[in-house]
Design a protein around this ligand. Structure first.
Ligand SMILES: Nc1ncnc2c1ncn2[C@@H]1O[C@H](COP(=O)(O)OP(=O)(O)OP(=O)(O)O)[C@@H](O)[C@H]1O
Ligand SMILES: [Mg+2]
Length: 332
């Protein structure tokens, strides 16, 4: 799929939620279906799509927080299973997730010192483990995320920091385990617009310096273009398009991606119309499996075939594929 060292690979991973007997008639809610993705060292892949398209579920599968209903996840070529005792922690030392809301992911009753010392000690990255050593390493982590001087932040509490500073602490905490993979689930969407770029630049710098494989989840395809090397577009739990960021944003193939790109926030356009409302028609019902393409009910170009048969991948140009019958060469 991509050149470079693949660290984490998802192969045809699906997640179906079953809640309460008979609650989801027809066998559950298909949050993610047939999800395949490679995360490569020193590269950023963006996962974009509207609310409910399965981005966070995909991230939680990759983070080992959910077991896949089917399919496989491999870390450096080895099949991941987090069911065995201790396996979760071992896995977390390779793969870390950073969430949208740094306030709820930090514990209000603990100092920043505690938030960093814990993973350092737990994952054996605290040197001698003595107080001075832990403190020096915690301060160094804070400086790595541009909270300087690091020591000045150690005895503060989450509520004493700004939103951007809190997100930097969350990132420092993730770095404390020395992961190879970082999964950032909308890391800037709750932050003030003016500080988003700073956090994205930080994640970009860390990707290079720490040789991370980074997954960047966002609604905002414009930031994905700026920040990611590749973009994967999700719709109704399925990846419908994948390719180099420039290609996906400048020449999107899938009708859904074209809509996403055309609805990029534009100050000249009427306010308050997000990508979620501009795609006409009903949001997809994830408890029903359609025979054909999941986007067909909302697609302005849908043909009979689209309602009958799910499209396979077509790759009209190298490394850029789409799941859409419009690109079937045989048909043209
Ligand atoms: N634990 C769960 N139990 C049942 N259904 C769930 C669960 N988690 C997510 N879902 C459902 O799975 C679908 C995908 O949700 P997910 O949170 O992955 O979407 P998302 O793309 O991250 O959306 P957003 O952009 O709003 O964060 C949604 O229909 C959601 O309601
Ligand atoms: Mg989400």
């Amino acid at each position: 799929m991509s050149s470079g060292e693949v660290v984490l690979r998802a192969e045809s991973v699906s997640k179906t939620f079953r809640a309460g007997r008979g609650f989801f008639r027809g066998g559950g809610l298909h949050a993610v279906s047939g999800f395949s993705l490679d995360l490569v060292r020193e590269r950023v892949v963006a996962l974009v799509g509207e609310s409910g398209s399965g981005k966070s579920t995909a991230a939680r599968l990759l983070a080992g927080l959910y077991a896949p209903t089917s399919g496989a996840i491999t870390l450096a070529g080895r099949r991941v299973s987090v069911r065995a005792p201790g396996a979760r922690r071992r896995y977390a030392s390779h793969v870390q997730i950073v969430l949208q809301d740094p306030f709820s992911s930090l514990n209000a009753s603990y100092s920043i010192r505690h938030h960093l010392a814990r993973p350092l000690l737990l994952h054996g990255n605290a040197g001698s483990g003595k107080r001075a050593d832990v403190e020096a390493r915690s301060a160094a982590l804070l400086e790595e995320v541009s909270l300087t001087p690091g020591r000045d932040f150690l005895d503060r509490y989450p509520h004493e920091l700004s939103g951007g500073q809190r997100q930097r602490v969350s990132i420092a905490r993730a770095l404390a385990v020395r992961p190879e993979v970082m999964l950032a689930d909308e890391p800037v969407s709750m932050l003030d617009v003016s500080i988003r770029l700073g956090i994205l630049r930080l994640l970009g710098r860390l990707t290079a310096e720490r040789r991370l494989a980074l997954l960047y989840i966002t609604h905002d395809i414009a930031s994905a273009r700026y920040f990611a090397t590749e973009i994967a577009v999700m719709y109704a739990g399925e990846m419908v398009e994948y390719g180099p960021s420039e290609d996906v944003t400048q020449a999107p193939l899938h009708p859904y991606s074209r809509l996403l790109v055309s609805t990029v926030p534009d100050p000249d356009r009427a306010a308050g119309r997000g990508s979620d409302t501009l795609v006409r028609g009903e949001p997809p019902d994830l408890t029903r499996r359609l025979a054909g393409c999941t986007f067909a009910p909302r697609c302005p170009f849908a043909m009979d075939r689209c309602r009958q048969q799910a499209p396979p991948r077509f790759e009209p140009s190298g490394g850029h594929w789409v799941r859409c019958w419009l690109f079937d060469e045989q048909e043209a």
